[in-house]
Design a protein around this ligand. Structure first.
Ligand SMILES: [Zn+2]
Length: 102
């Protein structure tokens, strides 16, 4: 009897969450980028890909077959390192600090 009770409870919870699942699926389909505008193939650092001009998602591109293959991915843009060697940061006043002439 416990098996039937747990199955009915599972069905009940599926009924409760099904509308929420449908809403999130609908929102995802409406507002997530569909990658319809892709750039020309770009080869950079030994990697050939096409990039979505809207969101920047990349997809591997096979130059021999001249087709995109594989799934979309995002690559973090490299951040310029902050120069720390040899350059001392100029002394600036802190917020709220009043400079006085010595
Ligand atoms: Zn996109």
């Amino acid at each position: 009897m416990d098996v039937f009770a747990s199955k009915s409870a599972q069905k009940q919870s599926e009924k409760m969450f099904a509308p929420a699942h449908r809403v999130t699926t609908w929102l995802r389909e409406r507002f997530q980028c569909q990658h319809t505008e892709m750039s020309r193939p770009i080869t950079r650092d030994g990697e050939t890909y096409r990039a979505c001009v809207r969101c920047g998602a990349r997809r591997p591109f096979n130059l021999n077959a001249w087709t995109m293959k594989g799934s979309y991915y995002f690559k973090a843009s490299p951040v310029d390192p902050v120069p720390t060697e040899g350059k001392a940061r100029p002394q600036t006043s802190r917020p709220g600090e009043i400079k006085t002439a010595a």
